[in-house]
Design a protein around this ligand. Structure first.
Ligand code: ZN
Length: 210
């Protein structure tokens, strides 16, 4: 009986998506301009599997976005999903404009900052620079024209934290890391972020660290 069950499970184990290794800062792939994908490439089994693999990798990390260069592929493909509403208090969620964003892929994006958009400053981290966070000014509202995972054209109008995620991930496709845009004196380790800064306002953080 056990052997039958074991044999039954083997195909699922063989075909299950495993998290991919995340490339860390210092790898040249994080500093080059990634190339566009052709619509027929997007629909290919290889890219469809890569999107699934990136979803599994992002969830395992866990993270709210992952760009293809971060798994060593210099192509203009990003996955996004924000389901971690319990990381913050309701007040912090409201302040960040943070809400549930379902999983989706973004391909060949063109990002535009919305006219009259405010600049907002919050702590940000990156799976390719683990265990650190820094305050990064970002536009509050952006528009992204791109293709989705079915190679269909899509226009995304995003505000708040979703707009921040899009700016961070699309930066990866042009070889830009959040540290290039961060207020470097606010760079903190994850442990010190939790110990000293998690519940402080950004102004309090800047008053102490800048
Ligand atoms: Zn990143």
């Amino acid at each position: 009986m056990n052997r039958i069950l074991y044999l039954f499970l083997i195909p699922f184990v063989l075909f299950a998506n495993e998290p991919l290794d995340i490339v860390l800062a210092g790898d040249p792939v994080l500093r080059i301009r990634a190339r566009e994908l052709l619509p027929e490439e997007i629909l290919s089994p290889e890219i469809q599997k890569l999107i699934e693999d990136m979803k599994v990798t992002m969830r395992a990390a866990p993270g709210v976005g992952l760009a293809a260069p971060q798994i060593g592929k210099p192509i203009r493909l990003v996955v996004v999903e924000d389901i971690y509403m319990d990381w913050f208090t309701p007040e912090q969620l409201k302040e960040r404009g943070r809400f549930h964003v379902p999983f989706h892929a973004i391909i060949n994006p063109i990002l535009t900052i919305e006219e009259n958009s405010n600049q907002l400053e919050f702590f940000e981290g990156c799976l390719s620079i683990p265990h650190f966070l820094g305050v990064v000014p970002r536009a509050e509202a952006v528009r992204v024209e791109c293709l989705n995972e079915r190679a269909e054209p899509v226009v995304i109008q995003a505000k708040g934290w979703y707009a921040r995620i899009l700016q961070h991930e699309i930066d990866h496709l042009d070889g830009t890391l959040y540290l290039d845009r961060a207020i470097l004196s606010t760079l903190v380790t994850e442990d010190n972020y939790k110990k000293f800064w998690k519940d402080k306002t950004i102004q309090e953080v800047k008053d102490c660290l800048q």
